[in-house]
Design a protein around this ligand. Structure first.
Ligand code: NAG
Ligand code: NAG
Ligand code: NAG
Length: 506
């Protein structure tokens, strides 16, 4: 037995196999080159392998990526079949843009958020030589490292910017992304977006991000892979280098109509109908109605918004609507919402201190900054009590004594809710609101209209308080509220006619 003789022959064996494997790989790659070359030369009116002398292709397997390296002035790009298909697609897109006059071979061009550089390659390939891409991770020489919301370029640098593959809708900082494009594009320069969404709502929220721009063209085209089967292409021109328009979405005629009126009307039309007749058993009818609700994010794409905000006015305990409903059931399209809980009742304040992503405003939403009285009910009534406290109505301090309320009364601080809303969110934010304020809605909603703050809200879940039939005592109306169901219906109708997507909440 000679253990040493077995080893070399084993090694030789392994080496031979490795060598054969290597030869196999080379042959396979060659076959691949032939296939691709044949295809692209037959299909298009140009051949991929007769490119500018500086560019040489080497096929590197079947992956989707591409790797480019610079060597002796020549650029070698390692590509896959998918890569070639993408470049084909972008070449034809850019050639169309050239014939429409939005792009020219002299344009200094930028492609944003392009990890692969397909688009940059296509630009160079059709003769737009001064082009570069940016992406989180560089892929030299086509793509350098840079973030879309903080671009490494000076003001007014580019004649042409391209944002493909739905880059803007994927961005968590769409407003910064848009303002960086506005900053780096020269006046009169063109920016072209490829986006996924095609609904009117998302189109308007997209346009709202670009104040100094004019839409020169938009149309829908077929995509080149399954990630975006259909693409909406939008061409914008930077109009001037000034400051953006300020809060423009409120009409001058002050009838409370937002300028977005038209397209929001469409949404309202698709919403669940209002309940036309006063329900005899409101505790059942209204609760059931929650199942019919058509949530805004289930109808449209909300990707083009900057911040995502949920305002719970009259939040009560964390579990009563934020935890049980908003966190669990409201469709959010994977967006992270910041929550504002507005609740004047001290009983509920402590638990909010422990929650992340929630700001508690321990005051009462009101029409101005003033001290109010707050009723604390102890009767079991029709509402479920939380820790022994019923819902409280609020009143301005001076008028409260005449009311004849025999429960406990507390002083609380009220604040100008409409004003707060205008200071807290902008028209570029997505704002959902739930309002359950024990009758104060009849003060707050008109105030939201008066100030234009109503236009900042995308969707409202409103509990309207009226003298409803009571569960406890058949044939008796609730003595707690004076308004009638018809007055509530009128409030809902007014909101909807103004293009506000409001739902009847329980
Ligand atoms: C570049 O543009 C931004 C915003 O458009 C402006 O705030 C800044 O002052 C400009 N910088 C220079 C150097 O002009
Ligand atoms: C949300 O994210 C999950 C997983 O990351 C994904 O499967 C789903 O399609 C996303 N939904 C939306 C609406 O983007
Ligand atoms: C109400 O108070 C807030 C916060 O202190 C303040 O910013 C706001 O200007 C006040 N509004 C009015 C109308 O006084």
């Amino acid at each position: 037995m000679e253990p040493t003789t077995g080893k070399p022959s084993f090694l030789r064996n392994v080496l031979t196999r490795l060598l054969l494997f290597g030869v196999f790989i080379i042959v396979a790659r060659f076959a691949y080159i032939i296939t691709i070359a044949g295809e692209s030369c037959n299909v298009g009116d140009f051949c991929f392998f007769s490119l500018p002398e500086t560019l040489n292709f080497v096929i590197a397997g079947g992956g989707a990526g591409a790797l480019a390296v610079e060597s002796n002035d020549a650029v070698e790009v390692y590509v896959s079949k998918d890569w070639v298909r993408a470049v084909h697609f972008y070449s034809s897109v850019f050639q169309d843009l050239i014939s429409d006059g939005y792009l020219s071979p002299e344009s200094k061009s930028l492609c944003v958020e392009t990890p692969t550089g397909h688009d940059v390659f296509a630009l160079k390939e059709i003769g737009v030589s001064d082009s570069i891409g940016i992406s989180k991770k560089a892929s030299k020489p086509l793509v350098k490292a840079g973030l879309a919301h903080r671009m490494p370029f000076r003001n007014n640098t580019f004649d042409f910017i391209f944002s493909g593959e739905g880059g803007l809708e994927k961005s968590a900082r769409s407003a910064d992304f848009a303002s960086e494009i506005a900053r780096t594009l020269k006046p009169e320069g063109f920016v072209v977006f490829h986006i996924k969404a095609t609904d009117t709502y998302s189109f308007h929220s997209f346009l709202d991000l670009f104040n100094n721009f004019k839409v020169v063209k938009w149309h829908d085209i077929d995509g080149f892979d399954s990630s975006m089967p259909s693409i909406r292409e939008i061409v914008l021109r930077k109009e001037f280098d000034g400051i953006g328009h300020e809060f423009e979405n409120f009409d001058d005629d002050s009838t409370g109509k937002c300028s977005s009126h038209g397209y929001k009307q469409e949404l309202v039309k698709n919403a669940e109908p209002l309940i036309p007749e006063e329900p005899l058993k409101p505790w059942i009818t209204l609760k059931r109605n929650i199942k019919n609700i058509k949530y805004l994010p289930s109808m449209v794409d909300i990707s083009y918004k900057n911040k995502y905000v949920y305002v719970d006015v009259g939040a009560r305990s964390y579990g009563s609507s934020i935890g049980s409903w908003f966190r669990k059931q409201y469709p959010k399209q994977n967006k992270t919402f910041h929550v504002y809980a507005i609740e004047a009742d001290k009983t509920f304040h402590q638990e909010y201190g422990l929650k992340k992503g929630i700001t508690l405003l321990p005051y009462a939403a009101w029409v101005k900054n003033e001290t109010l009285t707050f009723e604390i009910h102890h009767d079991p009534g029709e509402h479920v009590e939380v820790k022994g406290r019923g819902m409280g109505r609020i009143q301005p301090l001076q008028s409260s004594s005449s009311d004849g309320f025999d429960g406990e009364v507390e002083k609380i601080q009220g604040f100008d809710f409409a004003n707060w809303l205008k200071n807290t969110v902008s028209k570029n934010d997505f704002v959902v609101m739930k309002m359950d304020v024990e009758g104060t809605e009849f003060d707050l909603i008109p105030r939201l209209f008066e100030t234009g703050a109503i236009c900042l809200v995308d969707e409202i879940f409103l509990e309207c308080h009226y003298n409803r039939w009571q569960r406890c005592c058949p044939g008796q109306r609730s003595p707690k509220y004076e308004k009638t169901y018809d007055q509530c219906l009128e409030l809902f109708t007014t909101l909807r006619q103004s293009g506000v997507l409001v739902h009847q909440w329980w």
